[in-house]
Design a binder for this molecule. Structure first.
Ligand code: FAD
Length: 440
């Protein structure tokens, strides 16, 4: 069926990419769009429901501009930055405070240096001594010894975004333009796709209702693997984050800081203005949750929600603080959670019409870097639905099961930290005392 503005469209998932897609559909004039999610925006299990996310060019992507992947990365970055700088829905949530990338081992230091040299677009200041690092922030913030740290500081074109507020803003504008959101469980919780006559004709929700649509767009993040056989193209992988409560005086001192990111230790951004909580992540190649899927008995990494992190992750967070801000290293956490994303084998997104089900569109595979493009990503998902996606993007983001045959599930995919291995939640025995074993 040809598309027109009355085409009925279902989006499964009101997270980062689902809200962006809803907004772009509404802006293009589609009048019959419904978004399903087990939770109101911001969903507590959305990877985008977070106080902040980093925004910076993946500098290695620009090493050779004639290369197709570099073209795709540049096009995505330019469209996203256009949104962060000029779109009233997003621009107040972007903070261009700069970005410090660092590493501690010789191999990663060399890798970072190579990336910086390949990035002809940016200006860097190299940081070679503990004093160089300490001087990047006001006195009293970075008091650590920075053992073996080397890195660079990029002052412009990078920083952080208030993720949760940007997500809420995208959903609110989509709603204002006429998109219907069906939040909550059971009515918003999609349990299966509707398979009919060799196609997908909508979705079934946990209240037993069948919702028919001309197009179905699957944007369920890491949970998408529970609704479709992705032929091993998605690996749900989780990371760990924790918050520390700051005093109002500390929050004032920590305002407008550059993001500090050590690719082996972790990263932090300034405390959020409302609650004065400083968020940090310990860096590692991620955790999977290997279980036999109740749906088909196959061994899969399946996401689950938990407002706690493994004790080993807490220790890594505290070691990161000891090296950078020892004055905070023993302060109790005020919040912690695991946060899921879906990795493709090469960490490029998966945005395509399904080859077997013509009415199903996929917007998945955020691969750990899918938030910074929230202003633009929905536009590319709608392009895929309309068949107008830029050919190089379509090639990069295509349905590509051939790349996942005999997939190495332990591939760190270029990430470092902890033991430099992908870890398994099934082997974790101790969780932090903060928070609870959430039944979200
Ligand atoms: P999500 O935002 O997770 O949305 C999925 C939605 O689907 C949720 O709202 C969920 O409730 C809903 N859903 C689930 N199951 C169902 C169902 N059965 N029916 C209906 N709805 C359902 N990216 C960056 O660009 N910069 C960063 O600094 C950065 N940092 C990150 C740090 C961490 C710890 C993590 C985990 C990720 C980070 N990312 C970052 C990646 C980024 O957050 C994700 O790539 C992006 O949010 C993915 O968006 P999504 O829409 O695919 O998934």
């Amino acid at each position: 069926m040809a598309l027109d503005h009355s085409t009925s469209i279902i989006i499964i998932g009101a997270g980062t990419w689902g809200c962006s897609t809803a907004l772009h559909l509404a802006r293009r004039g589609y009048k019959n769009v419904t978004v399903f999610d087990p939770f109101p925006v911001p969903s507590p299990i959305s990877a985008g429901n977070d106080v902040n996310k980093i925004i910076t060019a993946r500098s290695s992507s620009f090493a050779d501009d004639s290369d197709d992947e570099a073209y795709v990365a540049r096009k995505l970055l330019e469209a996203s930055m256009e949104g962060w700088l000029h779109d009233p829905v997003f621009k107040s949530h972007y903070h261009e405070t700069g970005f410090i990338a660092a590493a501690s081992s010789p191999a990663n230091i060399a890798k970072l240096q190579q990336q910086a040299q390949g990035d002809k677009m940016s200006k860097f200041k190299y940081l070679d001594t503990p004093e160089d690092f300490r001087k990047t922030m006001p006195e009293g913030v970075l008091t650590g010894d920075f053992p073996n740290w080397h890195g660079w500081h990029k002052k412009t074109g990078a920083g952080w975004v208030h993720a949760r507020d940007a997500l809420i803003s995208a959903a609110a504008e989509a709603k204002r333009l006429g998109v219907t959101f069906i939040p909550g469980s059971p009515e918003g919780h999609v349990t299966s796709l509707l398979y009919e006559q060799g196609d997908i004709k909508g979705a079934k929700t946990a209240d037993g209702k069948e919702h028919r649509a001309d197009r179905t767009i699957l944007c369920a993040g890491a949970s998408a693997v529970e609704l479709l056989d992705f032929k091993d193209q998605l690996r749900p992988t989780a990371w760990t984050l924790a918050h520390i409560k700051m005093t109002p005086e500390e929050a004032a001192l920590y305002k407008n800081l550059p993001v500090l990111f050590n690719v082996e230790r972790g990263f932090f951004m300034e405390p959020d203005a409302d609650n004065h909580e400083l968020k940090m992540c310990d860096e590692h190649p991620g955790y999977c949750n290997w279980v036999n899927s109740p749906a088909d008995g196959k061994r899969k990494s399946l996401p689950f929600a938990r407002n706690q992190i493994p004790v080993e992750a807490e220790q890594r967070c505290r070691n990161f603080l000891r090296e950078t801000m020892p004055q905070l290293a023993d302060r109790p956490f005020s919040f912690a959670r695991i946060c899921w994303c879906a990795d493709t084998p090469n960490r490029s997104f998966l945005i395509d019409r399904h080859p077997e089900y013509p009415s199903l569109v996929l917007g998945v595979g955020g691969s750990g870097h899918g938030f910074s493009c929230i202003p633009a990503i929905g536009g590319f998902i709608v392009d895929a639905m309309e068949g107008t996606l830029d050919p190089k993007m379509a090639k990069s983001y295509r349905w590509r099961p051939e790349t996942a045959v005999n997939r190495d599930w332990n591939d760190t995919q270029g990430r470092s930290g902890a033991t430099n291995e992908v870890m398994d939640f099934q082997k974790v025995t101790q969780w932090t005392a903060i928070g609870s074993e959430s039944k979200l």
